[in-house]
Design a protein around this ligand. Structure first.
Ligand code: AHG
Ligand code: MN
Ligand code: MN
Length: 359
Protein backbone atom coordinates (compact mmCIF):
# COMPACT_ATOMS: atom_id res chain seq x y z
CA UNK A 1 0.00 0.00 0.00
CA UNK A 2 1.27 3.48 -0.85
CA UNK A 3 1.17 5.99 1.99
CA UNK A 4 0.96 9.64 0.85
CA UNK A 5 0.71 11.08 4.33
CA UNK A 6 3.47 13.16 5.90
CA UNK A 7 3.40 13.04 9.66
CA UNK A 8 4.57 15.81 11.97
CA UNK A 9 7.46 13.60 13.07
CA UNK A 10 8.64 13.02 9.48
CA UNK A 11 8.24 16.70 8.63
CA UNK A 12 10.26 17.86 11.64
CA UNK A 13 13.13 15.50 10.80
CA UNK A 14 13.11 16.63 7.16
CA UNK A 15 13.20 20.29 8.21
CA UNK A 16 16.10 19.76 10.59
CA UNK A 17 18.44 20.11 7.61
CA UNK A 18 17.30 23.79 7.30
CA UNK A 19 19.48 24.35 10.37
CA UNK A 20 22.97 23.05 9.48
CA UNK A 21 24.22 22.68 13.06
CA UNK A 22 21.03 21.22 14.46
CA UNK A 23 21.53 18.19 16.66
CA UNK A 24 17.89 17.21 16.80
CA UNK A 25 17.18 18.79 20.19
CA UNK A 26 14.59 21.23 18.92
CA UNK A 27 13.01 18.45 16.87
CA UNK A 28 12.72 16.33 20.00
CA UNK A 29 11.23 19.24 21.91
CA UNK A 30 8.58 19.78 19.25
CA UNK A 31 7.88 16.06 19.30
CA UNK A 32 7.37 16.19 23.11
CA UNK A 33 4.91 19.07 22.76
CA UNK A 34 3.07 17.12 20.04
CA UNK A 35 2.77 14.08 22.34
CA UNK A 36 1.43 16.09 25.29
CA UNK A 37 -1.08 17.82 23.04
CA UNK A 38 -2.44 14.42 21.93
CA UNK A 39 -2.99 13.48 25.57
CA UNK A 40 -4.74 16.79 26.24
CA UNK A 41 -6.78 16.31 23.07
CA UNK A 42 -7.96 12.91 24.32
CA UNK A 43 -9.20 14.47 27.55
CA UNK A 44 -10.78 17.52 25.86
CA UNK A 45 -12.63 15.23 23.44
CA UNK A 46 -14.30 13.16 26.13
CA UNK A 47 -14.61 16.01 28.61
CA UNK A 48 -18.38 15.64 29.06
CA UNK A 49 -18.03 11.94 29.92
CA UNK A 50 -15.47 12.17 32.69
CA UNK A 51 -15.31 14.46 35.69
CA UNK A 52 -13.03 17.06 34.10
CA UNK A 53 -15.39 19.94 33.28
CA UNK A 54 -15.89 22.93 35.54
CA UNK A 55 -13.84 24.91 37.98
CA UNK A 56 -10.97 23.62 40.03
CA UNK A 57 -11.90 25.96 42.87
CA UNK A 58 -8.50 27.66 42.69
CA UNK A 59 -7.12 30.78 41.00
CA UNK A 60 -3.84 31.30 39.17
CA UNK A 61 -1.29 34.05 39.84
CA UNK A 62 -3.38 36.44 37.76
CA UNK A 63 -6.44 35.87 39.91
CA UNK A 64 -8.23 33.92 37.16
CA UNK A 65 -10.42 30.92 38.05
CA UNK A 66 -8.63 27.70 37.09
CA UNK A 67 -10.65 25.09 35.26
CA UNK A 68 -9.94 21.41 35.84
CA UNK A 69 -8.77 21.19 32.24
CA UNK A 70 -6.36 24.12 32.76
CA UNK A 71 -4.68 22.21 35.55
CA UNK A 72 -4.72 18.89 33.68
CA UNK A 73 -3.19 20.42 30.52
CA UNK A 74 -0.56 22.23 32.57
CA UNK A 75 0.48 18.98 34.25
CA UNK A 76 0.64 17.09 30.96
CA UNK A 77 2.89 19.61 29.24
CA UNK A 78 5.22 19.89 32.22
CA UNK A 79 5.42 16.09 32.45
CA UNK A 80 6.19 15.71 28.73
CA UNK A 81 8.86 18.44 28.84
CA UNK A 82 10.40 16.90 31.95
CA UNK A 83 10.69 13.40 30.54
CA UNK A 84 11.75 14.68 27.09
CA UNK A 85 14.99 16.14 28.45
CA UNK A 86 15.42 19.12 26.08
CA UNK A 87 13.89 21.86 28.21
CA UNK A 88 15.51 23.52 31.24
CA UNK A 89 12.75 25.98 32.18
CA UNK A 90 9.00 26.02 31.62
CA UNK A 91 7.12 29.26 32.14
CA UNK A 92 3.38 28.70 32.19
CA UNK A 93 0.30 30.82 32.65
CA UNK A 94 -0.83 28.52 35.43
CA UNK A 95 2.22 28.81 37.72
CA UNK A 96 3.40 31.83 39.71
CA UNK A 97 7.10 31.22 39.08
CA UNK A 98 9.23 29.64 36.39
CA UNK A 99 9.67 25.88 36.74
CA UNK A 100 13.22 24.54 36.63
CA UNK A 101 13.37 21.11 35.06
CA UNK A 102 16.07 19.20 36.84
CA UNK A 103 15.60 15.60 35.81
CA UNK A 104 18.76 13.53 35.11
CA UNK A 105 18.02 13.63 31.36
CA UNK A 106 17.75 17.44 31.31
CA UNK A 107 21.25 18.28 32.51
CA UNK A 108 22.38 19.77 29.20
CA UNK A 109 19.02 21.10 28.11
CA UNK A 110 19.22 24.50 26.46
CA UNK A 111 15.65 25.34 25.61
CA UNK A 112 13.08 27.45 27.43
CA UNK A 113 9.38 26.81 26.82
CA UNK A 114 6.70 29.42 27.55
CA UNK A 115 3.22 27.96 27.41
CA UNK A 116 -0.47 28.71 27.76
CA UNK A 117 -1.48 25.07 28.33
CA UNK A 118 -5.18 25.67 27.72
CA UNK A 119 -6.29 28.84 26.00
CA UNK A 120 -9.94 29.84 25.99
CA UNK A 121 -10.68 27.64 28.97
CA UNK A 122 -13.93 29.47 29.71
CA UNK A 123 -15.17 27.65 26.60
CA UNK A 124 -14.44 24.12 27.82
CA UNK A 125 -17.79 23.65 29.55
CA UNK A 126 -19.71 24.52 26.38
CA UNK A 127 -17.88 22.44 23.78
CA UNK A 128 -16.31 25.34 21.90
CA UNK A 129 -12.78 25.27 20.44
CA UNK A 130 -9.91 25.73 22.89
CA UNK A 131 -6.17 25.55 22.34
CA UNK A 132 -2.60 25.42 23.56
CA UNK A 133 -0.04 28.11 22.68
CA UNK A 134 3.72 27.61 22.99
CA UNK A 135 6.91 29.52 22.42
CA UNK A 136 10.50 28.23 22.45
CA UNK A 137 13.73 30.14 23.21
CA UNK A 138 17.33 29.09 23.53
CA UNK A 139 18.75 29.95 26.94
CA UNK A 140 21.13 32.95 26.96
CA UNK A 141 23.27 32.00 29.95
CA UNK A 142 25.82 29.31 29.23
CA UNK A 143 26.54 27.61 32.54
CA UNK A 144 24.79 26.61 35.68
CA UNK A 145 21.13 26.80 36.32
CA UNK A 146 19.13 28.81 33.77
CA UNK A 147 17.53 31.92 35.27
CA UNK A 148 14.54 34.23 34.79
CA UNK A 149 16.58 36.41 32.37
CA UNK A 150 16.74 33.41 30.05
CA UNK A 151 12.96 33.55 29.86
CA UNK A 152 12.56 37.33 29.53
CA UNK A 153 13.69 37.54 25.90
CA UNK A 154 12.17 39.55 23.08
CA UNK A 155 9.79 37.74 20.75
CA UNK A 156 12.28 38.14 17.90
CA UNK A 157 14.50 35.66 19.77
CA UNK A 158 11.96 32.83 19.55
CA UNK A 159 13.36 29.78 17.79
CA UNK A 160 9.93 28.28 17.34
CA UNK A 161 6.32 28.96 18.22
CA UNK A 162 3.05 27.21 17.66
CA UNK A 163 -0.44 26.42 18.77
CA UNK A 164 -2.74 23.46 18.92
CA UNK A 165 -6.44 23.97 18.29
CA UNK A 166 -8.82 21.41 19.78
CA UNK A 167 -11.68 22.21 17.42
CA UNK A 168 -14.01 20.28 15.13
CA UNK A 169 -10.72 18.67 14.19
CA UNK A 170 -7.49 19.02 16.14
CA UNK A 171 -4.61 20.83 14.48
CA UNK A 172 -1.06 21.74 15.36
CA UNK A 173 0.34 24.82 13.60
CA UNK A 174 3.94 25.86 14.08
CA UNK A 175 6.84 27.87 12.75
CA UNK A 176 10.58 27.77 13.23
CA UNK A 177 10.95 31.10 11.44
CA UNK A 178 10.78 29.61 7.96
CA UNK A 179 7.08 29.80 7.20
CA UNK A 180 4.09 28.25 8.90
CA UNK A 181 2.81 24.71 8.52
CA UNK A 182 -0.36 23.11 9.83
CA UNK A 183 -0.99 19.46 10.73
CA UNK A 184 -4.35 17.83 11.34
CA UNK A 185 -4.63 15.02 13.86
CA UNK A 186 -5.87 11.85 12.23
CA UNK A 187 -7.44 10.09 15.21
CA UNK A 188 -7.47 6.74 13.43
CA UNK A 189 -3.65 6.61 13.35
CA UNK A 190 -2.97 9.00 16.25
CA UNK A 191 -0.68 11.18 14.14
CA UNK A 192 -0.63 14.85 13.17
CA UNK A 193 -0.50 14.85 9.35
CA UNK A 194 0.58 17.75 7.13
CA UNK A 195 -2.66 19.26 5.85
CA UNK A 196 -1.90 23.00 5.52
CA UNK A 197 1.62 23.48 4.08
CA UNK A 198 3.05 27.01 3.91
CA UNK A 199 0.08 28.85 5.42
CA UNK A 200 -0.33 32.49 4.35
CA UNK A 201 -2.78 34.98 5.86
CA UNK A 202 -4.66 37.08 3.28
CA UNK A 203 -3.29 40.63 3.13
CA UNK A 204 -6.75 42.03 3.69
CA UNK A 205 -9.65 40.25 5.34
CA UNK A 206 -13.29 40.97 6.00
CA UNK A 207 -13.68 39.83 9.60
CA UNK A 208 -12.95 41.60 12.84
CA UNK A 209 -12.75 39.91 16.23
CA UNK A 210 -12.98 41.94 19.42
CA UNK A 211 -15.02 41.68 22.60
CA UNK A 212 -17.48 44.45 21.81
CA UNK A 213 -19.02 44.13 25.26
CA UNK A 214 -16.05 46.20 26.41
CA UNK A 215 -16.72 48.91 23.80
CA UNK A 216 -17.39 51.65 26.36
CA UNK A 217 -13.95 51.01 27.88
CA UNK A 218 -11.96 50.99 24.63
CA UNK A 219 -9.56 53.74 23.53
CA UNK A 220 -11.09 56.12 20.97
CA UNK A 221 -8.87 54.74 18.19
CA UNK A 222 -10.35 51.25 18.66
CA UNK A 223 -13.89 52.63 18.79
CA UNK A 224 -13.25 54.44 15.51
CA UNK A 225 -11.78 51.34 13.90
CA UNK A 226 -14.83 49.29 14.91
CA UNK A 227 -17.09 51.96 13.38
CA UNK A 228 -14.93 51.88 10.25
CA UNK A 229 -15.49 48.09 10.03
CA UNK A 230 -19.26 48.56 10.31
CA UNK A 231 -19.73 51.26 7.69
CA UNK A 232 -21.19 50.36 4.28
CA UNK A 233 -18.63 50.74 1.48
CA UNK A 234 -18.71 48.59 -1.62
CA UNK A 235 -15.17 49.27 -2.78
CA UNK A 236 -13.67 47.87 0.46
CA UNK A 237 -16.40 45.22 0.95
CA UNK A 238 -17.56 46.80 4.19
CA UNK A 239 -19.32 46.24 6.51
CA UNK A 240 -16.98 43.52 7.68
CA UNK A 241 -18.26 40.51 9.56
CA UNK A 242 -17.83 40.32 13.31
CA UNK A 243 -16.64 36.97 14.72
CA UNK A 244 -15.52 36.49 18.30
CA UNK A 245 -15.15 33.05 19.87
CA UNK A 246 -13.40 34.09 23.07
CA UNK A 247 -10.57 31.60 22.45
CA UNK A 248 -7.62 33.52 21.05
CA UNK A 249 -6.41 30.35 19.32
CA UNK A 250 -9.78 29.81 17.66
CA UNK A 251 -10.15 33.42 16.54
CA UNK A 252 -6.62 33.70 15.23
CA UNK A 253 -6.70 30.31 13.50
CA UNK A 254 -9.84 31.35 11.61
CA UNK A 255 -8.35 34.72 10.70
CA UNK A 256 -5.12 33.06 9.55
CA UNK A 257 -7.06 30.97 7.08
CA UNK A 258 -9.76 33.43 6.02
CA UNK A 259 -8.17 36.81 6.71
CA UNK A 260 -9.17 39.13 9.52
CA UNK A 261 -8.03 41.11 12.53
CA UNK A 262 -8.11 40.15 16.20
CA UNK A 263 -7.92 42.96 18.75
CA UNK A 264 -7.54 42.81 22.51
CA UNK A 265 -6.81 46.45 23.33
CA UNK A 266 -6.18 48.23 26.59
CA UNK A 267 -9.42 49.05 28.35
CA UNK A 268 -10.07 51.49 31.11
CA UNK A 269 -10.33 48.46 33.41
CA UNK A 270 -7.26 46.60 32.06
CA UNK A 271 -4.77 49.36 31.24
CA UNK A 272 -2.25 46.86 29.79
CA UNK A 273 -4.78 44.73 27.96
CA UNK A 274 -5.56 41.16 29.00
CA UNK A 275 -3.34 38.87 26.99
CA UNK A 276 0.06 37.77 28.13
CA UNK A 277 3.17 38.72 26.17
CA UNK A 278 5.26 35.61 26.77
CA UNK A 279 2.84 32.80 26.14
CA UNK A 280 0.04 34.31 24.07
CA UNK A 281 1.10 37.43 22.15
CA UNK A 282 4.70 36.59 21.20
CA UNK A 283 4.05 33.10 19.81
CA UNK A 284 0.95 34.25 17.90
CA UNK A 285 2.84 37.30 16.61
CA UNK A 286 5.66 35.14 15.24
CA UNK A 287 3.22 32.76 13.54
CA UNK A 288 1.19 35.57 11.98
CA UNK A 289 4.28 37.49 10.83
CA UNK A 290 5.70 34.30 9.35
CA UNK A 291 2.41 33.85 7.48
CA UNK A 292 2.68 37.39 6.04
CA UNK A 293 0.55 39.25 8.62
CA UNK A 294 1.26 41.81 11.30
CA UNK A 295 1.07 42.03 15.11
CA UNK A 296 1.40 45.23 17.11
CA UNK A 297 0.24 46.90 20.32
CA UNK A 298 -1.46 49.49 18.14
CA UNK A 299 1.81 51.44 18.11
CA UNK A 300 4.73 49.02 18.41
CA UNK A 301 5.66 45.64 16.99
CA UNK A 302 4.86 42.91 19.57
CA UNK A 303 8.05 40.96 18.80
CA UNK A 304 10.22 44.00 19.64
CA UNK A 305 8.93 44.44 23.19
CA UNK A 306 11.57 43.87 25.86
CA UNK A 307 9.78 41.82 28.54
CA UNK A 308 10.17 42.95 32.12
CA UNK A 309 7.95 40.46 33.92
CA UNK A 310 6.92 36.85 33.52
CA UNK A 311 3.17 37.42 33.41
CA UNK A 312 3.33 40.76 31.59
CA UNK A 313 0.23 41.76 29.65
CA UNK A 314 0.15 43.80 26.44
CA UNK A 315 -2.57 45.07 24.10
CA UNK A 316 -2.59 43.31 20.73
CA UNK A 317 -3.77 44.05 17.18
CA UNK A 318 -2.98 41.00 15.04
CA UNK A 319 -3.93 39.59 11.67
CA UNK A 320 -4.12 40.63 8.04
CA UNK A 321 -1.46 43.26 7.36
CA UNK A 322 -3.69 45.88 5.78
CA UNK A 323 -6.32 45.62 8.51
CA UNK A 324 -3.77 45.99 11.31
CA UNK A 325 -2.26 48.99 9.53
CA UNK A 326 -5.66 50.66 9.24
CA UNK A 327 -6.33 50.11 12.96
CA UNK A 328 -2.88 51.51 13.82
CA UNK A 329 -3.64 54.58 11.70
CA UNK A 330 -6.72 55.24 13.81
CA UNK A 331 -4.90 54.62 17.08
CA UNK A 332 -2.37 57.21 16.05
CA UNK A 333 -5.05 59.71 15.05
CA UNK A 334 -6.99 59.54 18.29
CA UNK A 335 -4.73 58.60 21.16
CA UNK A 336 -4.31 61.30 23.78
CA UNK A 337 -5.52 64.01 21.46
CA UNK A 338 -7.46 67.11 22.46
CA UNK A 339 -11.14 67.47 21.40
CA UNK A 340 -10.04 70.00 18.74
CA UNK A 341 -7.51 67.55 17.31
CA UNK A 342 -10.14 64.82 17.42
CA UNK A 343 -12.40 67.02 15.27
CA UNK A 344 -9.65 67.23 12.63
CA UNK A 345 -9.26 63.45 12.81
CA UNK A 346 -13.05 63.05 12.49
CA UNK A 347 -13.00 65.12 9.31
CA UNK A 348 -10.30 62.84 7.88
CA UNK A 349 -12.33 59.79 8.83
CA UNK A 350 -15.40 61.14 7.08
CA UNK A 351 -13.38 60.80 3.89
CA UNK A 352 -12.86 57.15 4.79
CA UNK A 353 -16.57 56.62 5.25
CA UNK A 354 -16.68 56.60 9.05
CA UNK A 355 -19.39 58.98 10.10
CA UNK A 356 -21.01 59.87 13.38
CA UNK A 357 -19.87 59.72 16.97
CA UNK A 358 -18.34 56.83 18.79
CA UNK A 359 -20.41 56.65 21.96
P1 AHG B 1 -7.05 31.84 28.88
O1 AHG B 1 -8.20 30.89 28.79
O2 AHG B 1 -5.73 31.19 28.59
O3 AHG B 1 -7.04 32.62 30.17
O4 AHG B 1 -7.16 32.92 27.70
C1 AHG B 1 -8.38 33.55 27.43
C2 AHG B 1 -8.09 34.72 26.56
C3 AHG B 1 -8.16 34.47 25.06
O5 AHG B 1 -8.09 33.17 24.65
C4 AHG B 1 -9.48 35.05 24.66
O6 AHG B 1 -9.47 35.53 23.36
C5 AHG B 1 -9.69 36.12 25.66
O7 AHG B 1 -9.04 35.71 26.83
C6 AHG B 1 -11.13 36.35 25.95
O8 AHG B 1 -11.24 37.35 26.88
P2 AHG B 1 -12.63 38.09 27.11
O9 AHG B 1 -13.56 37.09 27.72
O10 AHG B 1 -12.28 39.22 28.04
O11 AHG B 1 -13.11 38.59 25.77
MN1 MN C 1 -4.93 32.16 26.92
MN1 MN D 1 -4.87 29.49 29.55
Amino acid sequence: MVCGVKTLGQFIIEKQSDFPYAKGELSRLLRDIGIASKIVNREVNKAGLVDILGDMGTTNIQGEEQKKLDVYANEQFIAALTSGGECCIVATEEEDEIIHIESPVSQNAKYIVCIDPLDGSSNTDVNVAVGTIFSIYRRKTIDGRAVLEDVLQKGTQQVAAGYVIYGSSTMLVYTTGKGVNGFTLDPSIGEFCLSHPNMRIPECGYMYSVNEGNYGHFPDGVKKYIKYCQVEDESTKRPYTSRYIGSMVGDIHRNLIKGGIYIYPTTSRSPNGKLRLLYECNPMALIIEQAGGKATTGFERILDIEPTELHQRVPIFIGSKKMVEKAEEMMLMYTEKSPAENKVADAKLNDLGVVGGID
